[in-house]
Design a protein around this ligand. Structure first.
Ligand SMILES: Nc1nc2c(ncn2[C@@H]2O[C@H](COP(=O)(O)OP(=O)(O)OP(=O)(O)O)[C@@H](O)[C@H]2O)c(=O)[nH]1
Ligand SMILES: [Mg+2]
Length: 224
């Protein structure tokens, strides 16, 4: 089964089964049937850009917010506990409409708050790992990625990997980053998702694309 790379509310065909997914950006509050709730967690080392991803999502899906969301940080702008937001989508599969409530959270990258991260990860249906492109951050990237794998390995939760801050003057080459994290060196997985999504969260580059690819993966898991 092949997952389409992009969708913007248009109908797309999924692999050989020719199912149609139409993930439209509206929500039916009167339709209480076929309600699904997903939780997506942004994970990664300190200051890699998780909260910045979160802000870009909140802007893009301005009209789809169920709640205003909150972002709790320390005076230095570091996430203390988590950022949290609920987004609403509607999508159709085989003529059945589903209302999807997506809970988006980011955890803190600060090493001293390890125990809160495990809590934030609880019940996750999908994860986006946000890596930092600064070459000097490679050890933090590796440590955080290993931690993520150790939390999720028995649960089989899908995750996508972002390599953020591609706008910096000095960035680690994507291939090198993949090798260091033990990721496959090819560009995409057989399902069509990228092994690494290069992003500039500050400008919102590739942020939504990565988020949507993960939502699709979660939907497929759900219906399999
Ligand atoms: N140059 C550049 N800076 C970025 C980018 N994304 C985020 N930043 C900056 O990196 C710093 C940390 O960003 P946050 O989004 O707060 O990082 P975080 O991962 O939430 O950090 P913690 O919550 O402390 O773990 C901020 O100063 C951001 O403006 C990017 O794509 N490029
Ligand atoms: Mg943060």
């Amino acid at each position: 089964m092949e997952i389409p790379k992009e969708f913007n509310g248009e109908k797309v065909e999924i692999g050989e089964e020719k199912e149609e997914i139409d993930l439209s950006e509206d929500f039916d509050f009167n339709d209480n049937e076929n309600m699904i709730q997903f939780k997506i967690v942004y994970w990664g080392p300190g200051e890699s850009g998780k909260t910045t991803n979160f802000f870009r999502l909140r802007e893009k899906f301005e009209l789809l917010k169920l709640t205003r969301g909150y972002s709790i940080d320390t005076t230095e702008g570091r996430t203390l506990w988590e950022d949290s937001l609920y987004l609403l989508f509607k999508f159709t599969l085989n003529d059945i409409k589903y209302n999807i409530i997506t809970h988006v959270v980011t955890c803190t990258g600060q090493e001293r708050f390890l125990s809160t991260r495990e809590y934030v990860l609880d019940g996750a249906d999908g994860i986006i790992f946000v890596g930092d492109s600064s070459p000097e951050k490679i050890e933090q990237n590796k440590r955080s990625f290993r931690e993520l794998i150790s939390f999720t390995k028995s649960k089989n939760i899908p995750y996508l990997v972002q390599l953020n801050k591609r706008d910096l003057k000095n960035v680690i080459p994507v291939e090198n980053f993949k090798a260091q994290l033990g990721l496959p060196l090819q560009e995409t997985y057989p399902d069509g998702t990228s092994v690494v999504y290069p992003t500039v969260a500050l400008q919102g580059e590739n942020v939504i694309n990565c988020f949507k690819d993960l939502i699709l993966q979660i939907i497929f898991n759900y219906f399999q």
